[in-house]
Design a protein around this ligand. Structure first.
Ligand code: SAH
Length: 285
């Protein structure tokens, strides 16, 4: 569909993944049609349904099965399939990342119209011309960020709030910046509703990072600047990791690691994210 030349690749993704990675963060108009979106979601697995323990029982017969519309973990089976087929199969194996991906209800972060495709192997539009990343890319970036419990993490490009929720599941203290005010407001409310109320969402321009909260143990950028913003590099803690797609047109996912005043950089895979834009003058920070 989109012929492309892979000029550089490295890291854990096997060669066959590179074609798939070109799906990453496609613009809203570039997503595959419904016929390509995947098969019917499988039914929710029986074991995730709550037991009907409060039902009055006059005899010793087993209680009837709980109603199918109230599973304890809606769409858990879809998440497990997503992890096995899209994520582990491509080499993301950190058990903490996989556990986080299994827990966060991705379908809550996508618009109604795309609910059925929430666990499919591609990005989805979330309005305002931007997209929630493909699940594999969220998992890969999270693994590359190597976040430990209690670490302080900055995300640039809150979007739906999904990546922020995954980082929060790893036990990170998450600060996330979104340039589009309606998205920041919506993500803040949803994260709060789902219990990720320690995630701090700010409406602002992420090019400047978040100096008041720096330094960060990890910075995850989910929109692509033409080159690595100096402010983000500077706001890394010693030992900190910056995971960032870089480039206009052809982009590469990079990991920059700080050791003292030295920065090492490696390129992981070619990717395609929405561009990182500059906010209105006067916008915070
Ligand atoms: N991480 C998101 C997806 C991000 S899409 C998720 O999990 O859903 C990229 C986001 O980056 C968009 O919401 C876009 O508005 C935002 N963005 C672009 N330029 C930005 C900037 N300079 N500062 C902060 N956010 C920016």
């Amino acid at each position: 569909m989109r012929p492309r030349t892979v000029t550089q690749s490295a890291g854990r993704a096997p060669r066959w993944v590179l074609g798939v990675s070109s799906f990453v963060m496609l613009a809203a108009c570039d997503r595959p049609g419904p016929e390509a979106a995947g098969s019917k979601p499988p039914p929710i697995r029986g074991e995730s349904e709550p037991m009907d323990q409060d039902a009055p029982s006059k005899n010793t017969r087993k209680p009837p099965p709980a109603p199918a519309e109230a599973p304890a973990h809606p769409r858990q089976a879809e998440r497990e399939r997503m992890i096995a087929e899209q994520i582990e199969a491509r080499g993301v194996t950190d058990p903490r990342v996989l556990t986080a991906m299994a827990k966060v209800p991705r379908h809550r972060f996508v618009p109604e119209a795309y609910q059925a495709e929430a666990y499919a192997d591609h990005p989805l539009p979330i309005g305002h011309g931007v997209t929630i990343s493909q699940p594999y890319i969220v998992a890969l970036m999270t693994e590359l960020a190597d976040v430990q419990p209690g670490e302080k993490v900055l995300e640039v490009g809150t979007g739906s709030g999904y990546q922020a929720a995954i980082l929060a599941e790893l036990g990170a203290r998450v600060y996330t910046i979104e340039v589009l005010e309606p998205l920041a407001t919506k993500a803040r409310a949803l994260l709060h509703e789902l219990g990720y109320d320690r995630v701090v969402v700010r409406h602002g321009d992420g090019y400047g990072g978040w100096p008041e909260q720096a330094p960060f143990d990890a910075i995850v950028v989910t929109a692509a600047p033409p080159k690595v913003p100096e402010a983000l590099r500077v706001q890394l803690a010693d030992g900190g990791r910056l995971v960032i797609p870089v480039g206009r047109g052809a982009q590469e996912l990079k990991v920059i690691t700080r050791r003292g005043d030295r920065f090492s950089e490696r390129t992981v895979i070619p990717v395609r994210f929405v561009p990182m834009v500059h906010g209105d003058p006067g916008m915070e920070p």
